[in-house]
Write a protein that binds this ligand. Structure first.
Ligand code: ADP
Ligand code: ADP
Length: 228
């Protein structure tokens, strides 16, 4: 069974523009997938379909064999974590700790479990020492890591990241790349959108190229690497 199956998905914004056109794609378990394409290609729109934030006008999305619909979106969200491009869309609590605890509380974890998963997630992203600070005062890169910790704390098998490297300095990018590698070793399936072909070539094992809402190509990362 694939981690994700997208079948003939079309998504139309209210202005009647098809942001995704008859898109079909299968993502195996444990894959590291980079979604590439110019601005406006449909990358964010596609990622928002993978945890039910958007529901297609036509076609279907299944997560680990379970159809994703308005009804199932809430229960599927615990298996698929989505990290937004802009951490200010995601990080809003009074303290870093409370922010990371938000998702686990929604999943009705016990206080003991919340302590454990939040501590582990903040440790994983290197933000545990900042747990009592107000997210508002953090740097962009730190906020991004808090947003990521909030998703990790819910224990998703599939992690989706919209432009995780955007606006980060090279050291920040290396930190995130290291985190992604570690989660993949733990068996998580990871999909991210990026503009950076070099990063995609070095990190991904599968690449998906979108343009104007259409899938141009999907396959092994060797597609990006010159033949020797
Ligand atoms: P990408 O992430 O690849 O830059 P998007 O998924 O954000 O692409 O956008 C795909 C297309 O849908 C673009 O043409 C964009 O302008 C359009 N679009 C995105 N969001 C909206 C929206 N809320 N309303 C109308 N059109 C939108
Ligand atoms: P991204 O490509 O990562 O979605 P953008 O800068 O294209 O980032 O879009 C920023 C925000 O504006 C998003 O929330 C998107 O949905 C919205 N947006 C993008 N294009 C349009 C559009 N043509 N009409 C309305 N909203 C749009």
């Amino acid at each position: 069974m694939n981690a994700i199956e997208i079948k003939n998905v079309t998504y139309r914004y209210q202005n009647n523009m098809d942001a995704l056109k008859d898109l079909t794609l299968r993502i195996p378990h444990g894959a590291k997938v980079a979604i590439l394409g110019p601005n406006g290609a449909g990358k964010s729109t596609l990622l928002h379909h993978l945890n039910g934030l958007k529901i297609p006008n036509e076609g279907s999305v299944s997560i680990m064999g379970n159809p994703l619909t308005k009804k199932t979106a809430l229960s599927i969200r615990k298996h698929v974590g989505l990290v937004f491009q802009d951490p200010d869309d995601q990080v809003f609590s009074e303290t870093v700790w409370e922010d990371v605890a938000f998702g686990p509380r929604n999943l009705a974890m016990t206080e003991e479990e919340i302590e454990e998963v939040c501590g582990a997630a903040l440790g994983n992203v290197g933000m545990l020492e900042h747990k009592d600070r107000a997210p508002y005062h953090l740097s962009y890169g730190q906020k991004k890591r808090v947003a990521i910790a909030g998703i990790l704390a819910m224990g998703p098998e599939i992690v989706i990241l919209d432009e995780p490297m955007g606006f980060l300095d090279p050291a920040g990018q290396d930190d995130i790349a290291g985190l992604l590698q570690g989660w993949n070793y733990m068996g998580k399936t990871i999909l991210l959108s990026t503009h950076d072909v070099n990063f995609a070539a070095s990190w991904a094992d599968m690449v998906v190229l979108l343009k104007n809402g259409e899938l141009l190509v999907a396959g092994n990362v060797d597609l990006l690497v010159e033949e020797k």
